[in-house]
Design a protein around this ligand. Structure first.
Ligand SMILES: [Zn+2]
Length: 205
């Protein structure tokens, strides 16, 4: 830790039980926690006292975690962001656009999360700037009908990729529906395999 103050954490998730248990674990480890059950409540908390670290889900009512993170990255770039989600990130190396770290829900221990939080907090305020990404992060949304999402490198909004353009493999380009920026993303056989297996229900929840 680089300061005497306990790190302040904002937890954002629409599951109250998860918020309760996670904040208990983090408080026991020296963090000061606030919780928010959706994106709007999170933004209210941010206006009052910006935390050092935000831990957010991606799938929430009212405002999706993707939208929330796009706002946080623009308005509060100094805050470290950790995503814990059931949505699947395809290319971890480009995900830094929206988050400093990513944990798949149900596949990490509190110790791993706390170690990452301490690492990010120790870099403050000298956290290395995010490299400018050539390619956009890709996500697989695990709703009833799984589909690919890309995050725009310019406006940071996330949008579903049309089926026809995600059908093939390789480096592809499309236009951001929000800001019109040209974005490129890579689809490989693993991504297609993953999508297919989620859709046919042979894997995942
Ligand atoms: Zn855009």
């Amino acid at each position: 830790m680089t300061t005497d103050f306990p790190p302040r954490v904002l937890l954002v998730d629409d599951e109250p039980l998860l918020l309760k248990s996670l904040s208990a674990v983090l408080e026991a480890n020296g963090f000061v926690c606030r919780t928010a059950e959706d994106g709007f409540e999170a933004l209210r908390c941010l206006r009052e006292t910006p935390p050092d670290i935000i831990i957010s889900d991606l799938r929430m009512p009212n405002m999706s975690g993707f939208e929330l993170l796009a706002i946080i990255r623009r308005r509060f770039p100094q805050i470290a962001v950790i995503v814990t989600s059931g949505e699947f990130i395809v290319n971890v190396e480009t995900s830094g656009l929206l988050a400093n770290a990513f944990f798949q829900k149900g596949e990490y221990t509190p110790q791993q999360l706390i170690a990452k939080m301490r690492e990010l907090y120790s870099q403050f305020p000298m956290r290395p700037p995010l490299p400018k990404q050539e390619q956009s992060p890709l996500w697989i949304s695990r709703r009833s009908n799984e589909y690919l999402l890309a995050t725009c490198n310019e406006c940071l909004r996330s949008f579903p990729i049309e089926e026809k353009s995600s059908a093939g493999e390789g480096l592809q380009t499309t236009e951001c529906p929000s800001c019109g920026a040209a974005i490129s993303f890579a689809v490989d056989s693993n991504v297609l395999k993953m999508l297919k297996s989620y859709r046919t229900g042979t894997e995942g929840p």
